[in-house]
Write a protein that binds this ligand. Structure first.
Ligand SMILES: [Zn+2]
Ligand SMILES: [Zn+2]
Length: 263
């Protein structure tokens, strides 16, 4: 099988936002044909990429779903690594628009100047529901209400955009939906509107029983659940049993760090 025929997901970090001694924060490596995407860059993404033999020039695009630290906290070390490892391939970074200026400022503050890098970085902020094409892929960000609660409580003092996205990824003959962090099941509607080869779905910000019920009749070939948090970490067997009983014939897995799925 040539690399053009393969579609895989390597789970670099499957934890939630809480500090953990045994789980990494969100980072997922998709290989779709000859294209490699890093979706979210929680710590310790750089170490994980090294451990999985991913070279500095291997990643084509970085997709950041939102700016919570468990999803973006590893990006500074990643860029330092690209500098020290001598990355040459141009890099595209998709992220919420409000993140571009501060992330670039922080890179400058940490002495990762553009002039040091032997590659160009193309910053492409997400525009809600506007597909991006390139590398033979179609990437479509769909708005998530994940941060709306924070907006309601703190938006007056902190007038930020509070943007979060789930991403539809089409390429290599596959259709994938990556939920990012959600605010409720309604955020999944646009992602599951069409048949999917893979849904990667977080479970920290919803009631799992309702989520499984919602997904049970959707045309999805495979579901990978991530971001298990709170009480469910200790009740994993119960959680899996719940999914088994409600999802019917849809194959699913609760992914762990370093797990690799064929899509
Ligand atoms: Zn998160
Ligand atoms: Zn979050």
């Amino acid at each position: 099988m040539s690399t053009m025929d393969t579609a895989t997901l390597t789970c670099l970090g499957t934890g939630d936002g809480h500090p953990s001694a045994d789980r990494n924060h969100s980072a997922f490596l998709y290989r779709l044909g000859g294209v490699t995407l890093l979706v979210d860059c929680g710590e310790p993404a750089t170490r994980q990429l090294r451990a999985h033999g991913v070279g500095a020039d291997d990643i084509d695009r970085i997709l950041i779903t939102h700016l919570h630290c468990d999803h973006i906290g590893g990006i500074f070390m990643l860029m330092q690594g690209f500098w020290l490892l001598g990355r040459k391939k141009p890099l595209t970074i998709h992220l919420p628009a409000e993140g571009e200026a501060p992330v670039r400022q922080m890179l400058n503050a940490s002495y990762i100047f553009p002039e040091l890098l032997a590659f160009a970085t193309d910053w492409q902020p997400w525009q809600c529901a506007t597909p991006i094409t390139g590398d033979g892929l179609i990437l479509t960000p769909h708005y998530s209400t994940h941060l709306e609660g924070l907006r309601a409580a703190h938006g007056a003092k902190h007038p930020q955009k509070f943007e979060a996205f789930g991403i539809a990824i089409e390429g290599a003959g596959k259709r994938i939906a990556h939920s990012g962090d959600i605010g409720g099941l309604h955020d999944l509607h646009p992602l599951v509107a069409q048949p999917l080869d893979l849904l990667l779905c977080e479970v920290a910000h919803c009631e799992p029983a309702q989520l499984f019920q919602f997904l049970a009749d959707k045309p999805i070939k495979q579901i990978a659940f991530t971001h298990v948090g709170g009480k469910w970490r200790e009740r994993r067997a119960e959680l899996i049993g719940l999914a088994q009983s409600q999802l019917g014939k849809i194959p699913f897995t609760f992914v762990e760090d370093n797990q690799r799925l064929t899509i």
